[in-house]
Design a protein around this ligand. Structure first.
Ligand code: ADP
Ligand code: ZN
Ligand code: ZN
Length: 743
């Protein structure tokens, strides 16, 4: 008899992040299962908790062990396999188990607002063969009941009671009587807010796969149900037919009565994708997106759990969707940074997906036009199978990309932020009544020092990373090794005095465009103009409706679908991406430029891409111009190897945060001393974080670099189980395992 439950309580503190024993009271003994949420008393507090395990004895002394107070709902929020996954995440990312659970299950549970919008339905409760016999009996005596039961002669499944009544124009009593006679049966379902219900309902059948798609499909189909987890990297340019491949794979999976998860970078940016799935699979899809309220998310979560929706399309956290009998996981645009959560727990959905696939013995498909270096490396090493769709389905070519050397512009006497080429082409587009997008990467905080005469950027001598300009100290700092330097007065390369900190904002570009083309309709899309819900969509709709001539924006404009009237995409300066103080900046440059290039009139001869840069010879720019991934990889991977960056090493970035600078520093020192003995390849810091103060709190950073993942696992386990349990409760810390950004 299992009368003890191990539970984890909702206190996100390392000291309490473990299982506690509670007695299951008699009235709940049949009901409580692993994965359920309960209320318990913890010390003097009343807390929510989750059941991790049931057992029959406890080590805790009898007079100390408490009873579970009550059950929050009859829902099992996770099962044993899910828990295995959560524990893995907790260990790998050095995260609190309770935080992982909170990231995985619907937040409505924690807020206590579990909605109950139950819809009453009704369905047949007898064999269809027997229906005529009963109809005969009813025909004369009960015409309304006859009418209702007749409806089920050629309708199988359930129908909402309300709908049925209005359809047949009968009273509720007729249905009730049939239920009392056990001829019909009530059902309960949760009303679904169908996302994008304004979509055309027209179903679109499968397309005949092209030769290339057939090849890809055959490879994956061969292993789809073999009960061995395998990861495929599907590399294909935009328009090469990846989405069609996803749909055909999912269809196979559904046929086996299994479910699927498709992750997309940000759901609001991919309405087209959802629309296509909707017109192929109808209401079998569930869309988990950020615009849903927590109650709606919970409803959708339940619909998935009950099997009403078998295909889940969603952003990062959809990797935790409670799909029954999961048959495949697909990640579209696997290289996207949005798959990495930027707060605790700092998980990467791609890693979690791989683990979930492994636990469930299913396949994982990673689709992208520009594979992350990590994934491509895995494919080269043979850990992933590499599949490619090298051409667009319509065999159209990619738009031509023009690289503009801004150093030459300065020499020619044009000091403005727009090259003559870009100005000319903007004019041209406006004259034709078409549209242009001007793109600028800008991530606020960091700035670097660049020579506008020769393009030289001040980099760290040890790390080959752009040094960051700290205005307050008027110094350049390397965030990988802590090195610092004075800003040179003259360029060390060409002695020019045009060397200074470099930064252009979207606002400045907007106003310049207005100056040059006062009659044009210019709009700006960046962090400032899209804070309100739906504003992002609104701007893009305006672009669609020709209410905007020139759209100026940050990387937000690089995503989403293409606009047939956009004939020109201008990258105002590729340098702001290239010189981020990050070892991935070249990779980001290549990815973003490639993506931006895809935003113009696809395949149409007139579509043009113009990239302005002070480093026209940089391999990330050249590779993007030629749409040549392999070239990019061949240049980037040796650099990563020689400088000991991932995928050749494993990083952890730990930041200690405290209002008092001294205390933050002390905590970081303690951490440093704690790990100094372990076999970390390199410890950088403690040093001030790139953004030293946020909201009045000081941030001190320690970066760890391991060359063996097993050593890292050991060290992190020790940090989690020893160090973090001892640390003062007033010090906050962020532990970012496999950080994707050093900021
Ligand atoms: P990707 O996901 O790689 O961008 P898509 O699957 O969206 O590519 O395909 C690009 C376009 O080609 C879409 O309009 C799609 O409908 C069409 N397409 C894809 N596969 C086929 C096919 N086998 N036959 C005809 N058209 C196809
Ligand atoms: Zn110079
Ligand atoms: Zn350095």
């Amino acid at each position: 008899m299992n009368n003890i439950a191990e539970v984890i309580v909702d206190i996100p503190v390392h000291k309490f992040d473990k299982a506690y024993d509670y007695i299951i009271p008699d009235n709940l003994s049949e009901k409580i299962k692993v994965g359920m949420a309960v209320n318990v008393r913890f010390g003097t507090r009343k807390l929510r908790a989750f059941v991790l395990k049931l057992k029959d004895t406890s080590e805790v002394e009898e007079d100390k062990i408490k009873k579970i107070d009550s059950l929050i709902s009859n829902e099992k929020f996770f099962d044993k396999n899910d828990l295995k996954l959560y524990k893995w995440i907790s260990d790998y990312y050095c995260a609190l188990l309770i935080s992982v659970i909170k990231a995985a299950v619907p937040t409505a549970v924690f807020k206590g607002n579990i909605s109950k919008k139950v819809i009453k339905g009704v369905k047949l409760n007898i064999e269809l063969n027997n229906i005529d016999r009963y109809l005969e009996q009813l025909e004369k005596r009960a015409p309304s009941q006859f009418k209702v039961l007749s409806y089920f002669k050629d309708f199988s499944g359930e129908i909402k009671v309300k709908e049925l009544l209005s359809k047949l124009d009968v009273y509720r009593g007729a249905v009730k009587s049939l239920v009392e006679k056990d001829l019909l049966k009530y059902t309960e379902s949760i009303e679904r807010r169908i996302p994008y219900k304004d979509f055309e309902q027209k179903m679109v059948e499968e397309l005949d796969p092209t030769k290339a798609q057939k090849k890809v499909l055959k490879r994956i189909n061969d292993t789809l149900f073999d009960n061995i987890s395998k990861t495929y990297l599907l590399h294909g340019v935009t328009g090469s037919g990846k989405t069609e491949v996803y749909m055909q794979l999912i269809k196979k999976v559904l046929k086996q009565d299994k479910g699927a998860i498709l992750l997309v970078p940000e759901i609001s940016l991919t309405p087209l994708m959802v629309k296509r799935f909707y017109s192929r699979f109808g209401e079998k899809i569930a869309v988990l997106h950020s615009a849903l309220s927590s109650g709606e998310k919970y409803d959708e979560w339940r619909n998935i759990k009950r099997g009403n929706a078998k295909i889940v399309i969603g952003a990062r956290s959809a990797i935790f969707a409670p799909v029954n009998n999961l048959g495949i996981i697909i990640i579209d645009e696997e290289h996207e940074n949005s798959y990495k959560q930027g707060t605790h727990p700092y998980y990467h959905a791609r890693e979690v997906a791989q683990k979930r696939a492994e636990i469930n013995n299913i396949d994982l498909v990673l689709g992208t036009a520009t594979p992350s270096l990590e994934s491509y490396y895995e494919a080269k090493e043979g850990d992933y199978e590499y599949l490619s769709l090298p051409n667009r389905v319509d065999n159209k070519s990619m738009p031509p990309v023009e690289i503009i050397n801004m150093k030459e512009e300065l020499k020619k006497g044009n000091p403005s932020i727009f090259s003559n080429y870009l100005k000319e082409n903007l004019k041209n587009v406006l004259q034709k009544g078409r549209q242009a997008i001007l793109f600028l990467n800008r991530r606020g905080y960091s700035s670097f020092v660049l020579c506008r005469s020769c393009g030289e950027v001040i980099k760290c001598d040890n790390c080959d990373i752009s040094m960051t300009y700290h205005r307050d100290k008027n110094k350049l700092v390397c965030h990988y090794c802590g090195n610092s330097k004075e800003i040179p007065k003259y360029c060390p390369n060409c002695s020019s005095k045009y060397i200074k900190d470099f930064g252009i904002g979207t606002e400045r570009i907007e106003s310049e465009v207005k100056k040059i083309f006062p009659d044009s309709k210019v709009a700006r899309m960046d962090h400032d103009t899209t804070t309100r819900k739906g504003s992002h969509r609104k701007i893009l709709d305006k672009l669609d409706n020709a209410e905007i001539d020139i759209l100026v924006g940050t990387q937000m404009v690089a995503k989403g679908h293409d606009y047939p009237n956009v004939l020109l995409v201008g990258v105002v300066t590729a340098d702001t991406i290239m010189n981020l103080p990050d070892f991935r900046s070249a990779e980001r440059t290549f990815q973003l430029l490639t993506q931006v290039a895809g935003r113009t009139g696809r395949g149409k001869k007139e579509g043009k891409v113009a990239i302005q840069t002070y480093s026209p010879e940089h391999y990330s720019v050249l590779a993007a111009k030629e749409h040549d991934y392999e070239y990019f990889y061949s240049k980037e991977i040796p650099l990563r190897k020689s400088l000991q960056y991932p995928p050749f090493t494993y990083l952890v970035n730990i930041t200690m945060v405290h209002k008092n600078k001294n205390k933050a520093e002390k905590a970081a020192d303690k951490l440093y001393n704690h790990i100094i003995e372990s076999q970390v390849k390199k410890i950088v810091g403690p040093s001030p974080a790139p953004i030293e103060r946020i909201r009045g709190e000081y941030r001190v950073q320690v970066m760890l670099k391991f060359d063996d993942i097993n050593v890292r696992t050991k060290v992190m386990k020790n940090i989690k189980e020893d160090f973090l349990k001892k640390i003062s409760i007033n010090v906050k810390y962020n532990i970012d395992v496999d950080p994707i950004s050093m900021l």
